[in-house]
Design a binder for this molecule. Sequence first.
Ligand code: ZN
Length: 250
Amino acid sequence: MQSISEKRTFWRSRFIDVAYDPVHEEMIDDMVMTHDIAESLFSPFVKKNAILDRTHLWRNKTVFYYIGNEYTDKHREVIRDGIQLIRDATCVKFVELRHPSQAPGTYVHISSRKGCYARIGSKCKNAVCEMSLEIPGCIHTGTVAHEFLHVLGFFHMQCATGRSNHIRVMFDNIDEKMWGNFEEYATDSTLLGTPYDYESITHYGSMFFSKDKINPSIITRDQTIQKRIGQRKYLSRGDIERVLRLYNCY
Ligand SMILES: [Zn+2]
């Protein structure tokens, strides 16, 4: 039986092989990020907390986005509804572009590739932050909101610093290649001083990446919450609070 730290070393070395772009970017589950951000998340020796570094946030609290031509009117409606969940509850502004050439600077380019994923923060190659919302699997309001929280700079809740007080990750029931999705962050880039949030739209569900699809990959310490983790329908009060804090909405 390997210790968690041995497992961690193991997956980190494996992870390099599957990196999205080994030179500049890394991909962890559905989050694409610069190597610097990944390092600051996982290394206790890197003091700088990347996403609290305001240069990664969206300037003027405004996110520009463009929805690719492949989406139907119905798809667009769902994407806009997902964005609206964040817009209605926070001070972050979202501006839709009719054409990428209208972008005044960095913008999110939404297209249907393989799977659902997004860039973390606003530092993107050539000022284009790629987001994939695959048709039809990712066209859900909650999924869109989840991906846009990544865009704003948020990571997954189940990896938050100190998460072990709230959940147990059942590594033996998770494929080793996926362990990276469950590693605990070394720096608090997710909680921003709020309590651990089982209800967060960024929290994995009990069965995410479960190897046998029968036993959970995550067990909540409080058993009464077990069935409630992994919701993708709404922003939790905590999700909203963290956006308000990160973007100084107060
Ligand atoms: Zn995600």
